[in-house]
Design a protein around this ligand. Structure first.
Ligand SMILES: CC(C)(COP(=O)(O)OP(=O)(O)OC[C@H]1O[C@@H](n2cnc3c(N)ncnc32)[C@H](O)[C@@H]1OP(=O)(O)O)[C@@H](O)C(=O)NCCC(=O)NCCS
Length: 189
């Protein structure tokens, strides 16, 4: 099993086509799959070329079994892990852990100070994966629902984060909203 950076390309055997297929079959509930974006090779190819994103895949033989992305905001040292998907046939093998671990290493190489992740409330495997990598829970959104294609979509997000450079935070210079200040004090007490 190999973890490597995803590559673009129009060929039928290219990463873009195989990853589009993976999202299609193993993350069909995602709104960006239903809107024909994450399962569109052209859309993916565009993102692979974006210098502010790092995409990795887990490959075994000819098969891509998992994918994940890190979006970067270099000027403020912030990254976000997103779009994690493991093939339905290969779940429960720790593939998401290997993918996210690699992205944490990429974030360190880019000198980031903090990595965010918004795990879905109904996805304990994702939350557990981040927890194993040292991420902490910083907040939980309320449940909300939207209508999509005539169906009710219910969501809730667990905001998790990994502090890579604690010494860079100047707490005295921060101006937090009173509600955020209260949460910050609880987390750091
Ligand atoms: C979420 C996902 C990426 C996890 O992939 P995975 O590599 O198969 O994850 P695993 O099954 O190895 O689980 C990771 C950890 O969560 C634990 N876990 C799995 N299901 C769990 C549950 N229902 N409750 C608590 N822990 C659970 C596993 O035991 C494992 O922890 P361990 O190694 O300490 O035993 C995969 O299920 C997926 O692709 N889902 C669809 C896409 C998706 O929802 N992506 C996340 C968006 S937030």
């Amino acid at each position: 099993m190999t973890i490597r950076i995803a590559e673009g390309g129009a060929d039928i055997t290219s990463d873009t086509n195989r990853i589009a297929q993976l999202y299609n079959t193993s993350f069909s509930e995602h709104i960006l799959v239903q809107r024909r974006l994450l399962n569109d090779p052209t859309y993916l190819s565009h993102h692979f070329q974006n210098k502010d994103e790092i995409w990795v895949v887990e490959e075994c033989g000819e098969e891509i079994r998992g994918v994940a992305a890190l979006s970067l905001c270099l000027p403020i040292g912030l990254g976000e892990i997103e779009r994690v998907c493991v093939s339905k046939d290969h779940r429960g093998k720790g593939i998401s852990l290997s993918l996210c671990d690699r992205l944490v290493e990429e974030a360190k190489n880019k000198d980031l100070g903090f990595i965010e992740a918004f795990a879905r409330g109904d996805q304990p495997a994702m939350q557990r994966t981040f927890e194993k990598l040292g991420f902490k829970v910083y907040g939980i959104s309320p449940r909300f629902e939207v209508m999509h294609d005539g169906q009710v979509v219910r969501e809730q997000f667990v905001h998790m984060g990994l502090l890579l450079k604690p010494d860079t935070v100047d707490e005295h210079a921060m101006h937090l909203l009173p509600a955020a200040e209260k949460i910050y004090r609880v987390i750091h007490q």
